[in-house]
Design a protein around this ligand. Sequence first.
Ligand code: NAP
Length: 337
Amino acid sequence: MTRNNPQIVLRRRPSGRPVADDFEFVVNQVPELEDGQVCVEVGHLGIDAFIRTTLEEESFHQGAQIGGVIPALGVGRVVESRFDGLEPGDHVFGPLCSQTYAVMPGAMLRKIDVSRVSPTAWLGALGLTTGLTAYVGMTRVAKVKTDDVVVVSAAAGAVGSMAGQIARLLGASKVIGIAGGPTKCEFLVKELGYHAAIDYRNDDVESRLRELAPQGIDVFFDNVGGDVLDAVLLNIKEGTRVVICGAISQYDDMSNVRGPRNYLKLAERHAVMAGFAVFHFTDTYDEGEARLADWFVDGSLVMPEHVEVGVERFPAALDILMSGGHTGKLLVKVSSD
Ligand SMILES: NC(=O)c1ccc[n+]([C@@H]2O[C@H](COP(=O)([O-])OP(=O)(O)OC[C@H]3O[C@@H](n4cnc5c(N)ncnc54)[C@H](OP(=O)(O)O)[C@@H]3O)[C@@H](O)[C@H]2O)c1
């Protein structure tokens, strides 16, 4: 059966913030399957910060090729299979990329159970690069414990939304979110249960944090880097754990990444800074997924979604991600799940 495959491909590598002309909408044909392959109709794509870094010539994650589709994790349904473990109708999660149909080895996909949670929850609340990342960061790297004072940056985004809620569920006595603008700060407190919020676009982060946590902070879960990281470093105390989850403020200019100016505070205050990537903690996935699913199903944590509709919205969605035009998990709906 011949199928058209509407896709977004990379036309050229962005210089700074990606613009529409860096991408192209094309319609290709879905190829015949080879042994071991499946064809998946993409339901939703997660728009993750790592996608921006794959647009560079050299990137930590496998990079996008000029003329090729752009790496993105997604959920969808198998429509054709020549792989023993999957059959048409199965719901799957995997690196489906910026397209309508993904043809790939079945071994690269994971069959997901959508009886308890929706398919999009496998990208958000339970998602490898969202819920699981926040869970691993808070439990295994920050090792949050009862009565900790925890600060999270990019707190209204996908990872940040989950990180703050997880810290609260682990017993933190105060969870403070940093986000851009009063609406997001209100969202943090009213929708996500953060105890307080700092608007980094309008507040002085350093002095506001001193007011909110006069004894200093125990954990900083950083998604942003740059000026925000520097401001928080001025408020660490003896033994603070600074966790580097990411540094989105740097991703538009990866050849000139700016390190923290105030890193000597780590030495002065006998504090530690540790980075991690979620896939360093595969041994935590089962435990994390089980706990996240329980919390999500019983309503202890929520994962708001911002959905852009149509694969052609992929470049616009990436711009929304980088400029912070969303709250919670940003998704592109390609077809029905
Ligand atoms: N370590 C890992 O394994 C791992 C895995 C997944 C993700 N991550 C990291 O987690 C972070 C969040 O990723 P995500 O996919 O969940 O994205 P996201 O938080 O949903 O979206 C990114 C957010 O970053 C904020 N932001 C953008 N530029 C900023 C700047 N210059 N200064 C301050 N804030 C800025 C924006 O919110 P505002 O409106 O508040 O500015 C935006 O909403 C990224 O750093 C990513 O690399 C790490």
